[in-house]
Design a protein. Sequence first.
Length: 202
Amino acid sequence: MTWSISAQNHLLARAAVMPRWLLWVEARAFGTLAAAPVGLWTGEDDLTFTIAGSPRVYQGALSRFEIGPITHAAGLDVRALEITLAANAPETEDLVRGLAIRLAPVELHLALLDPETTGLIDLQPMFRGFINRAPLTTPAQDRGGGGGDSVTLELVSRMRVLALPGPALRKTDQAQRLRDPADAFRQYGAIAAEVQTEWVKT
């Protein structure tokens, strides 16, 4: 990770900075599987950041999500990362309950802001991968309705696809389309376990 020259000069001058996390999830709508990306950041207001030449709107989530330890290593090892969200936050409800997120691609960036102008100094990618699981956690002291529930996004790096043995490489829609962009056989695989089917006896 290399910060821009302007960011390095800012840091060398020992000027104050505001670090903020940006989480981007390429979720999909249930049923249609239409793209429904969601951005969250640890800022107060909704803000647009331009990443890789494309503008992205990030919803202000303040400190309502926590980032676990990030490891950086060379090679093909699969890295894992946990991001904890407040379950009762509206943006979490919309993301986890309203959209298909299993195996959704995710990106995590770290942004440096100028506290005096709130302008962006620089941002860097910190993690890219997929959502493996998103279990709901209820602390013991809050199980009586104290409102302390949280959702942990369990992420795995993109190397996970390469680590799958043999035919398992083709078990996701993303991996299938890498082989053949027109192959949509597994396009509903990511949400199959989340769709409830009602059996009606006639």
